[in-house]
Design a protein around this ligand. Structure first.
Ligand SMILES: Cc1cc2nc3c(=O)[nH]c(=O)nc-3n(C[C@H](O)[C@H](O)[C@H](O)COP(=O)(O)OP(=O)(O)OC[C@H]3O[C@@H](n4cnc5c(N)ncnc54)[C@H](O)[C@@H]3O)c2cc1C
Length: 482
């Protein structure tokens, strides 16, 4: 392939447009290796096919179950019908397929050459793409961007794990209900999947080896799992699976050990879902042929602030790059800025600080900035002030929903004007609430400015602007009145 200042990429999520629009000749190489269970999908990467999009839609399906239970309290006469997985899966999968098509059309419209080939390096300027049928294409480029993401990790030491278990790569494409499910893992993917499966009425257990949501504020993580346990998910803490066997029917028998007591236990499930982390997709790239260095522990590609790898004209963005948040919007923004820099439009670098995110568990957890632990570790306990509140969403009152875990905390510097270091919100629509406050925090908002912001009444978000009780004061943080 001829190179006219051309940028060659393994899928850059939704950033292809800028590079091509900025006058670059661009090719995108994307290839989906089927999961060990044989699940395959189309163009668009993890987020579209086996991540954010199907996950959020299934979370929504589960939330609707709660609304159906609330509805009679508000005067609706609705029948309590069971959930039909096949109908939901069909609708979700059709939406995903429409997104696959949309991506293809966008690439075409923007004159980006798309090749459905599996790529690996031949040398630092050449990539070999192999099609499903084994046909090889050699491409050379001035700049190469690696955005190969990651895939779910399977345990290697557990008998029957690979043979009988599935991962999130399969769950969203199941045509039939997974039935009684054991979710193994403590990541947000594990909790989100366990949460929506429970919400859809399935008997769901989540098995956590040590702590849930390790990278998040631990008080919030505890409230998330407490809420799940109180709303139907069986949570097995401090347990590790040892073996998965197939019973004479279709069911699976899982044996596990309680790590504290060393006691063995077993249970029978229809589905075992491994959600124990993700492996970066670097193994088959032949990075050594190009001289691109990886972290030997994580397998991720080492990058600098320019997203450049150890080879100056080869870049890595998104989940495959070391030290980057594994989130779609960060991958997109990093790619967009990189494309602009490569075309000489700007020298702006991606700012990875104060990236907001939300865990879509049944009670959603939105956060931005530092956890309480990280703030204390960085600034010292004496210099950190935490404001907090337990509140009751108005919409919970009529159906008398339990609001015990609806909690907000704002982590600030203690010295006036009390710069906000982090915000943690547990409650309905956490993503919508957190997004707006993220702007303020990014702009350097102080606690004084937040409390001078007029709330929107009656909302859950206004509770953030109404925070007054500090943890240090020891006063009861329960919100009373309207
Ligand atoms: C269950 C789940 C839920 C998630 N929910 C959220 C969420 O709510 N919000 C959020 O922000 N993020 C979420 N994420 C994370 C998000 O999906 C990722 O951060 C994002 O997709 C990373 O984008 P990427 O471009 O780095 O990689 P990917 O989206 O993984 O894209 C990489 C692409 O490269 C292809 N590829 C790999 N190797 C090769 C090769 N050798 N040749 C050619 N092509 C190759 C892959 O098949 C894939 O299509 C979720 C992830 C999961 C698994």
């Amino acid at each position: 392939m001829a190179t006219r200042s051309c940028l060659l990429a393994w899928r850059i999520p939704r950033t292809e447009e800028p590079a091509a629009q900025l006058g670059k000749k661009v090719a995108v190489l994307d290839y989906v290796e089927p999961s060990p269970r044989g699940t395959r999908w189309g163009l668009g990467g993890t987020c579209v096919n086996v991540g954010c999009i199907p996950k959020k839609l299934m979370h929504q399906a589960a939330l609707l179950g709660g609304m159906i239970r609330d509805a009679p309290h508000y005067g609706w006469r609705v029948a309590q019908a069971p959930h039909d997985w096949a109908t939901m899966a069909d609708a979700v999968q059709n939406h995903v397929k429409s997104l696959n098509w949309g991506h293809r059309v966008q690439l075409q419209d923007r004159k980006v050459k798309y090749l459905n080939v599996k790529a690996s390096f031949v040398d630092a300027h050449t990539v070999c793409g192999v099609s499903k049928g084994g046909e090889e294409t050699l491409l050379s480029a001035e700049h190469i961007v690696i955005a190969t993401g990651g895939r779910p990790r399977y345990p290697t030491h557990i008998e029957g794990a690979l043979e009988y278990g599935i991962t999130s790569d399969d769950l969203f494409w199941l045509k039939e209900s997974p039935g009684k499910t054991l979710v193994v893992g403590a990541s947000y993917v594990a909790l989100e999947c366990a949460g929506f499966l429970t919400g859809l009425g399935l008997d769901t257990t989540v098995m956590i080896r040590s702590v849930p949501l390790r990278a998040f504020d631990q008080q919030m993580a505890s409230l998330v799992t407490e809420h799940m346990a109180g709303h139907g998910t069986r949570v097995l803490r401090g347990c590790a699976p040892e073996r998965v066997e197939k019973l004479p029917g279709q069911q699976l028998r899982v044996t596990w050990v309680d790590l504290a007591s060393d006691r063995k236990d077993a249970g029978t499930f229809d589905t075992v879902l491994w959600a124990i982390g993700r492996v970066p997709e670097t193994a088959s790239l032949n990075l050594e042929k190009a001289g691109v260095r990886t972290n030997p522990v994580t397998g991720k590609i080492l990058v600098d602030a320019q997203e450049a790898t150890s080879i100056r004209h080869i870049y890595a963005i998104g989940d495959v790059a070391e030290g980057r948040p594994e989130l779609t919007p960060t991958a997109i923004m990093a790619g967009r800025l990189l494309a602009q820099r490569l075309s000489g439009r700007t020298s702006d670098l991606m700012d990875y600080s104060s990236v907001p995110t939300t865990v879509f568990t049944p009670l959603e957890y939105g956060c931005v900035g530092l956890s309480e632990e990280a703030a204390v570790a960085r600034h010292g306990e004496e210099h950190v002030e935490v404001y907090h509140a337990f509140y009751k969403p108005l919409e919970f009152t009529v159906p008398q929903r339990d609001a015990s875990q609806c909690y907000i905390k704002m982590v600030c510097l203690r010295e006036p004007p009390q710069l906000v270091l982090g915000l943690h919100f547990l409650g309905p629509n956490a993503g919508e609430v957190t997004q707006g406050f993220a702007l303020g925090i990014k702009c350097g908002a102080s606690f004084q400015q937040v409390i001078r912001t007029v709330g929107i009444h009656p909302t859950c978000a206004e509770e953030v602007a109404k925070l007054r009780i500090s943890k240090r004061s020891g006063l009861d943080p329960t919100v009373t009145g309207c």
